[in-house]
Design a protein around this ligand. Structure first.
Ligand code: SF4
Ligand code: SF4
Length: 346
């Protein structure tokens, strides 16, 4: 680990040189209905990079696990895999999204390794950037503090007069050659630490309790059906809360054929456990069963997954407090902080 400093006036040249050398994905602005929103996209110039973003519409997991991804293609008896990782730099990721990526790494590594995900993940260099603006529904400061961000290669923090760049891995070190970096001084390093601590005080929402106490009370509420019916009464089963979530990882796999009936492929697409069809299965001979037919059952399932079921495996809750689900939910009922805070203690 080493600390470096780049002056503000040299920063654009650093990003420009990086873009010339590599594929760089970063937060860029996208304006819709007079509102400024942000997305991760390929940068073509340093002026596009918006490190002052609050949160992106979709999390950066889409770079490794896209909404639609071919797993294999076939043509007659010839079958080919579709893992073609592109080396890229994911520049300007907030720490909560890095925590979520690390959780996805864990889940896609267990048992049968998911090479379609891991090959893309391993080809990436990830640079965290300090949060400069907090999104209106964020509560990342009060959830899962025992889970530390892991898997990033560098951490960039904006301080007075420039940026402190903490190189965490050899891949993070390797980016230094693209900019006019100097060794960071102790006051600059302390300034970076303070900036990251100060911004966490600005989180607008707060989840009460600890990860363990919340896991306990959420589990204990499993059988309180009237509670889940009340929470889910305005749910449209649209699945938006799943779609925008950085820790959701369910997918559907479909085989398809071209009209020649001889060539086609196997493709996976993101799936959502809040949608009505998610738990529908075939029983054969035209019969079917839906084992989470009611909205309240699906709503409850999401909270069990986020706050309880995966905690042991991940070391904490499967929610990083980004607030994307709250912002995406038309009925405004998806907010984990609001829902978990209102569940009585076990
Ligand atoms: S909780 Fe909200 S976002 Fe999620 S499925 Fe229901 S209506 Fe859609
Ligand atoms: S459940 Fe909501 S707040 Fe938690 S990580 Fe997913 S989108 Fe973010």
């Amino acid at each position: 680990m080493s600390f470096h400093f780049i002056k503000e006036q040299d920063f654009a040249a650093f990003v420009a040189d990086l873009i010339r050398a590599k594929t760089v994905i970063g937060p860029v602005a996208k304006t819709s209905r007079q509102q400024e929103k942000f997305v991760f996209a390929k940068l073509s110039g340093p002026e596009e990079l918006r490190l002052d973003y609050d949160v992106t519409i979709l999390p950066p997991k889409k770079e490794f696990f896209p909404p639609k991804q071919h797993l294999l293609l076939f043509d007659g008896a010839r079958v080919s895999g579709c893992v073609e990782p592109v080396e890229k730099v994911l520049f300007g990721v907030h720490f909560y999204d890095v925590k979520a990526l690390d959780m996805t790494d864990t889940l896609f590594r267990e048992k049968n390794e998911d090479r379609n995900y891991l090959a893309h993940r391993e080809a990436a260099t990830i640079v965290i950037s300090s949060i400069q603006k907090v999104s209106p529904r964020a509560f990342w400061a009060s959830i899962g503090s025992e889970v530390k961000p892991r898997g990033h290669d560098a951490w960039l923090t904006k301080v007075a007069g420039g940026h402190v760049y903490e190189a965490v891995t050899a891949k993070g070190e390797a980016l230094l050659k693209h900019g006019r970096f100097a060794q960071a001084s102790q006051p600059q390093i302390a300034g970076a630490r303070q900036a990251n601590e100060e911004i966490s005080k600005q989180c607008p929402e707060q989840l009460k309790g600890t990860s363990a106490s919340n896991a306990k009370k959420v589990r204990a509420a499993f059988g309180v059906e009237e509670l889940w019916t009340k929470f889910a009464q305005d749910c449209f089963s649209c699945g938006s809360c799943n779609t925008v979530c950085p820790t959701c990882y369910c997918f559907d796999v479909q085989d398809w054929w071209h009209i020649d009936q001889d060539s086609g492929g196997r493709t996976r697409t993101w799936d959502s456990c809040l949608t009505e069809d998610f738990a529908k299965i075939s029983l054969g001979a035209g019969a079917q069963e839906n084992f989470r037919e009611e909205r309240a059952e699906r709503f409850r399932h999401r909270f069990m997954r986020k706050a309880a079921y995966l905690n042991e495996k991940l070391g904490g809750p499967a929610c990083v407090g980004c607030g994307r689900c709250s912002a995406a939910c038309t009925a405004d009922i998806a907010d984990p902080a609001t829902v978990i805070n209102s569940i009585p203690e076990a």
